[in-house]
Design a binder for this molecule. Structure first.
Ligand code: SAH
Ligand code: SF4
Length: 368
């Protein structure tokens, strides 16, 4: 009897998805709890259809440059937190970063993502100058992922030419957020995400799946938060335990739950760019990213960091591709994408959400 009730509930939720009705928290919790193969296959198929309809077939490649592993923060899950005295710290020079951008451009990437710990050696002046030089030298969009700064600093970096900014809110459970972040808080993070949008960045955020103490209700609320924030990009990846952190000994997030969150994020946000993350590939090297690309994801971020630094950027252990050079990553990813029969975008891969909004506004304007 109970089974029948669940069946009819699921049927009703899939009906809502087919007719593009909004899903609520209870609908999402119900889908996140699904475990049988048939229902999962159905969920993933529907998400893939939504992906085709709203963001098309193309896969967008972003070249990831991990330019410094110094960090002033002590996030409890992260392997490069300042309290980890066991890792060797590095920072790339401006010339090294510019050379790496050239490599990325030669490999055909039309976006570079500059990511680092919160390294205050890179003052806003240095970062603004770096951004300007990249924009002068290369025909690429620039995404920054450098953590928390002042509003003025974000403004200056946007003026210097940075197009996008990635800052995950990690979890929408305020208490869990505050417990995981000894030197930041949830309201601060949300305030920054609002600033980034007001300043005019294309904004990406996201969460980790399987954080200690996180529930599926939390994940359902995370997905609704993505929609509420009207994000251009949403990155979700499994939490992977690092032994040199206060969370040592905790279980990793699972690949299956990450797939479900990606699929539902696609269904709920429709237009967001969603990467198949490296963390996912780390837990399932054989086909984690390929699977994600078949159930909602449309972006991959191949690593272009020079090989000598890669292993040192250890947010979590056993990260994939730490021994490869950029060209090997490009060939490997190219082959994997080819096997899916999907084209690689030759474009910058700007925000679909913004484009959709602008064309809607133009339509209203024309009608007026
Ligand atoms: N310092 C910047 C950028 C680097 S961290 C920032 O914090 O925004 C980038 C992302 O790595 C974080 O947002 C977090 O979601 C992810 N991350 C950190 N530690 C991780 C871990 N142990 N497992 C999985 N993802 C992790
Ligand atoms: Fe630093 Fe980012 Fe890691 Fe937090 S998640 S410790 S801010 S690198």
């Amino acid at each position: 009897m109970l089974l029948r009730q669940e069946d009819s509930l699921l049927k009703h939720i899939f009906y809502k998805i087919d007719y593009e009705q909004d899903l609520g928290k209870e609908d999402l919790v119900c889908l996140l709890a699904v475990e049988n193969r048939e229902d999962l296959a159905r969920l993933y198929n529907v998400a893939d259809r939504v992906r085709q309809k709203y963001v098309g077939e193309e896969i967008h490649l972003r070249g990831l440059i991990e330019f410094s592993n110094y960090c002033r923060k002590n996030c409890n899950y992260c392997g490069i937190r300042r309290g980890n005295r066991k890792i060797k710290r590095y920072r790339m020079t401006v010339e090294e970063i510019l050379d790496t951008v050239s490599v990325a451009e030669e490999l055909g990437y039309r976006t570079v993502v500059l990511q680092s710990g919160e390294d205050m050696y890179f003052t806003v002046d240095k970062l603004a100058e770096l951004t300007r030089r990249i924009k002068r030298q290369a025909d690429v969009a620039v995404t920054l992922s450098i953590g928390e700064r002042s509003r003025e600093e974000y403004e200056r970096l946007h003026e210097a030419g940075a197009d996008r900014f990635l800052l995950r809110f990690e979890t929408s459970n305020r208490e869990l957020y505050d417990r995981l972040h000894p030197d930041s808080n949830y309201d601060e993070r949300m305030k920054i995400l609002a600033w980034l949008k007001e300043i005019g960045y294309q904004v990406g955020s996201g969460v980790m799946i399987g954080l200690p103490g996180q529930t599926i209700e939390d994940l359902a609320l995370d997905i609704l938060k993505f929609k509420e924030l009207d994000l251009d990009m949403v990155g979700v990846g499994p939490y992977i335990c690092h032994e040199e952190t206060p969370l040592a000994g905790h279980a990793n997030g699972t690949v299956e739950m990450t797939f479900k969150v990606i699929a539902l994020t696609r269904i709920v946000t429709r237009y967001a760019h969603i990467p198949a993350t490296t963390a996912l590939a780390t837990l399932r090297p054989a086909d984690g990213r390929e699977e994600a690309l078949q159930l909602g994801a449309n972006v991959v971020m191949p690593n272009v960091t020079p090989a000598k630094y890669r292993a040192l950027y250890e947010l979590y252990p056993s990260k994939v591709c730490v021994r490869e050079e950029a060209a090997q990553c490009r060939d490997c990813m190219g082959g994997r994408i080819l096997s899916l029969g999907r084209p690689i975008s030759q474009d910058y891969g700007h925000s679909f959400r913004k484009m959709a909004q602008e064309s809607k506004e133009n339509l209203i304007f024309t009608k007026c």
